[in-house]
Design a protein around this ligand. Sequence first.
Ligand SMILES: [Zn+2]
Length: 114
Amino acid sequence: MVKNKGCKICSQFSNKEYAYQKHGWEDRNSYISGDTDQLTLIKDFNTTYSSRLLQILQCPECKAYFLYRTDYEYCVAGSEDEQFLIQLSDEKVKKYLKSKVTKLQALKYFEEDR
Ligand SMILES: [Zn+2]
């Protein structure tokens, strides 16, 4: 579970969120059980605009950190969107922010954490 269960913002999220949407298959779509817009952007790993996001977000209320990733796949039969949100430990975030972790390394951390 999330660090601060009493937090009114991030208690909406489970410690690992995964959502998937396919256009034209709305009945099968799933969504993250909370609003990531309420979290503060701490670090954006993308230097240029991309439809695929990789960001460190922080809860403005209890200061819990999250790693947020989105993926987009163009498909003629219906494009696919995916979102991942996992809670990060403070130690991990410190490491991310101190040693200039590259996008690729961050993605790898992400895989390890799943
Ligand atoms: Zn919180």
